[in-house]
Design a protein around this ligand. Structure first.
Ligand code: GDD
Ligand code: MN
Length: 402
């Protein structure tokens, strides 16, 4: 931690308070001793770098920052999710030589957005900048971004690939270009402020502003900037600083189909005004898919294998529950995926919880049906209560979210 060192001793030190003048106190004579630690300056800027499997990029990035940020009191906070390639160890190695290099290592967690949030909240600087750890962002653009913030002309400075002078050339494949453009188009439709590149992962803002917006961030997926823009609302003054997105040299991109799905869920979450939390949407979609699995297995067992209906339906329900567990563990709870022994325990608990949910579902639907509610209303009410129960209880018992 970069913290202010002990305050320099004042001339009165060495004489206990209240000692009458003239009293001889040991060691009172002579100049005050030098503090043993050099005073560490508090950085003006913290560069937050989320990283996963970026070992080879850490040292070059620190070297680039060192030259690009000459004249600025800066530090860099790498937020690593215990990458198997030893990224954190590499950061610590550099940090042992240079106190400006800091490391936050998270255990049992994944996610770009939440990594950025935790890194930013750990900063005591006046400003924070967020950039990728794979050398795709141009660190020489940070000083102009910081200048705009210092001048007070903008609340948020965004490194933009799509503003005049910027370029997204480094976006690997054609499908990445298309997805990126599609995402930008959708985002621009409902963003409170106009921005050429709302999907950028490269931006800077004053630390106190981040503090203000942090409680309103969802923290899921890749789209931390989008999340900040939505939380900031109309009043946010944004400036775009063009930059050229470089191709990735070492390591690989973590953006995949699941990230795109998560983006869609983030939009739904925002559009519903937070009424439907991201996880619940994912959980319900997985549940809907589970119904299809249930029906398919039921059909196969009764029609093809010739088993009795009750036995077939019990087996089909079990298969659907297990399939749902796998999907929830990979998608809904991707950021805190259960592994190893926890996986088996989680699977068993999930089946138990959903089993109780199914009993509640059937019980409530049956009760409503007997009271002449009509089969579709009774069925829908039972299913709704089942999914809410399954969600609430599995979130607290199986995946233990806050
Ligand atoms: N701690 C942590 N945890 N870091 C992560 C995780 C994670 O789960 N996933 C990715 N990162 C880190 C990567 O190591 C990298 O430093 C940075 O986040 C960006 O990840 P990439 O996987 O390189 O993303 P990209 O280059 O495909 O996407 C970039 O461009 C997008 C626009 O096309 C990012 O800047 C995105 O934010 C941006 O939207
Ligand atoms: Mn990248």
């Amino acid at each position: 931690m970069l913290a202010a060192a002990d305050p320099a001793p004042t001339p009165t030190q060495g004489r206990p308070e209240g000692t009458p003048e003239g009293t001889i106190v040991a060691a009172a004579a002579g100049p005050a001793p030098e503090p043993s630690m050099p005073e560490l300056s508090v950085p003006e800027l913290s560069v937050i770098v989320p990283c996963y499997n970026e070992r080879a990029n850490v040292a070059p990035l620190v070297a680039h920052l060192t030259s690009a940020l000459a004249g600025i009191a800066w530090e860099v906070i790498f937020v690593d999710d215990s990458s198997p390639d030893g990224t954190a160890a590499e950061v610590l190695r550099l940090g042992a030589e240079d106190a400006r290099v800091r490391c936050i290592r998270r255990i049992g967690r994944r996610g770009l957005s939440s990594a950025v949030i935790e890194g930013a909240l750990a900063s005591s600087a006046a400003y924070i900048a967020v950039m990728d750890g794979d050398l795709q962002h141009d660190e020489t653009r940070i000083p102009p971004m910081l200048a705009a913030l210092r001048a007070g002309t903008a609340d948020l400075a965004v490194g933009s690939r799509h503003a005049a002078g910027g370029d997204a050339a480094g976006l690997g494949s054609a499908w990445r270009h298309r997805i990126s453009e599609l995402g930008i188009g959708i985002a621009q439709r409902f963003l409170p402020v106009r921005l050429a590149d709302p999907m950028s992962g490269f931006f800077a803002l004053p630390r106190p502003l981040f503090d203000r917006l942090a409680p309103r961030l969802t923290g899921a997926g890749f789209k931390i900037l989008l999340d900040l823009l939505l939380a900031g609302g109309k009043g946010l003054r944004v400036v775009e600083v063009p930059f050229v997105f470089r191709p990735r040299v070492a390591g690989e991109s973590k953006l995949d189909v699941l990230v795109v799905i998560q983006f869609a869920a983030l939009l739904l979450d925002k559009l519903s005004g937070g009424l439907l939390p991201l996880r619940f949407i994912a959980f319900a979609c997985v549940g809907a898919f589970g119904v299809l699995v249930n029906l398919a297995v039921l059909g196969i067992l009764t029609k093809l294998a010739g088993l009795g209906f009750e036995l077939s339906q019990s087996l089909a329900t079990l298969v659907a529950m297990l399939a749902n567990f796998e999907l929830n563990n990979r998608i809904t709870y991707r950021d805190q995926r259960l592994r190893g022994r926890m996986l088996w325990q989680g699977r068993a608990l999930f089946v138990l919880v959903c089993g109780i949910g199914a009993v509640a579902n059937v019980g409530i639907a049956g009760m409503l049906y007997r009271r002449h509610a009509g089969w579709s209303l009774a069925g829908a009410a039972g299913a709704a209560i089942g999914v809410v129960w399954n969600y609430a209880v599995s979130a607290t018992l199986v995946w233990r979210t806050r």
